[in-house]
Design a binder for this molecule. Sequence first.
Ligand code: NCD
Length: 323
Amino acid sequence: MNAAVPDNVHFPHRHLLGIEGLSPDEITILLDRSEAFVEQNRRADKTKLVLHGRTIINLFFEASTRTRTSFELAGMRLGGDVINMPVTTSSIKKGETLIDTAMTLNAMHPDVLVVRHPYSGAVKLLSEKVNCAVINGGDGSHEHPTQALLDALTIRRRIGGLAGLRVAISGDIVHSRVARSNIHLLTTMGATVRLIAPRTLIPPAIEKLGVEVFDDMREGLRDCDIVMMLRLQTERMQGNFFPSISEYFHFFGLDYEKLSNAKPDALIMHPGPMNRGVEIDSEVADDIGRSVIREQVEMGVAVRMACLETLSRNLDDGDADGG
Ligand code: NCD
């Protein structure tokens, strides 16, 4: 169990660029604040106008369904003005650089920029050029902090805490910002993380992050409390990383037979989008007793409300650092 952090404890960062470097208390602050929004989002009146007068701009240079929509809903439910910058029809398409785009948007006095970009590090670079708060909505294969927070909230609400859990993350780890953010969050909170994938999909020297690596799925899943599956990100692959989809599913697709190695009540998670029959069997994905995939989407809105509210509050204080 992770103890609650008192309400007066401050989240000391201007931006949310990653989970790496956040302390257990800072992670807990964001998770605790998300809880109230879960309840609020289940009511008929889902609004709490704490962001009235604030402007939030969603700037997504990569495709997104869940993340962009949930940031949009989160901003609106808090009473903020939310704009989605259509990257495909804006001047970015005409060759404007990332920094020029940032400077242009900055001149319009936004309070929060939510940015997704195909290059690792691009969101941090942008955050150094603007006066507002920046939230990383996923940068390349680097970090996706709000995804790890929503995963943690889902687990915490189901199991009660994160410390001491054994979590398996399986699939295309090398291209996954979700995996990286989850590794940082789960190890910081005292969980054990196992990575399961063919060697070609495991980043070199990943053990340095304090994880165990398995290329045998049955072995890797043994006695796990949580099984987190990841999509094969073929759009980021140059060259062959595995022989064929059917062979991949045979060795690394989550079906009931392989799942039987995990704890009998192990939860099944997936950040989406899912490729059914590739990394996960359809029946397993839809198993209402064990799959929490839809709950993850629900928690995503609450977590993004908590992040928007927390960072906006810090803008008023004027003492937040650039972290
Ligand atoms: C993930 C992403 O974009 O990193 N999706 C998400 O945010 N829900 C994972 C993926 O694209 O496979």
